[in-house]
Design a protein. Structure first.
Length: 168
């Protein structure tokens, strides 16, 4: 695995801030905020590369910077996050939430066939290693509240506002 730490001006000028972006075998495996709740150890991240050393990491950094600047609506990156089948089912649901929209943990639980599994969905959402690209920030609590986000409530609110989501 390789990783790149990006502090592009488009990111640094927002609550997103610097990001660590990781890839392995030609697929993006993780994106973490500087103070992310669940970060891998430096050993798991592998070799740190510089901008210009890895085309995939450079492309991911460029797409994230464009997104933060408001000039891109989505991402076109090969994804390969490791996870359990249950986690991957939840993450697949996250990818289907349109920009500017939100859903609740309960709605995702029903969509993955576990109508009483909102708490388990919350755990899977919280372990999403591909922040922003797999849009876990679009998931709200049952009452529409900005509950748990591994990158912090301020970032979640910023990302939702950037996308034009209407909050109750």
């Amino acid at each position: 695995m390789k990783h790149l730490i990006t502090d592009a001006p488009e990111l640094a000028a927002t609550p997103i801030g610097p990001l660590t972006i990781a890839a392995d075998a030609g697929r993006l495996t993780g994106i973490w905020f500087a103070d992310h709740r669940f970060q891998p150890s430096p050993e798991r991240l592998g070799e740190q590369v510089r901008p210009g050393d890895d085309p995939l990491l450079d492309e991911a950094a460029a797409q994230l910077a464009a997104y933060a600047a408001g000039s891109a609506d989505g991402f076109d990156l090969p994804l390969g996050a490791p996870g359990t089948p249950r986690q991957k089912a939840v993450w697949d649901q996250l990818c289907g939430i349109p920009r500017g929209s939100t859903v609740t943990y309960g709605e995702i639980a029903r969509a993955v066939g576990s109508p009483r599994g909102a708490q388990a969905v919350g755990q899977a959402v919280g372990r999403n290693p591909l922040s922003i690209v797999v849009p876990c920030h679009r998931v709200l609590g049952a009452g529409g509240g900005l509950t748990g986000y591994a990158g912090g409530a301020e970032r979640k609110q910023f990302l939702l506002a950037l996308e034009g989501a209407t909050l109750a």
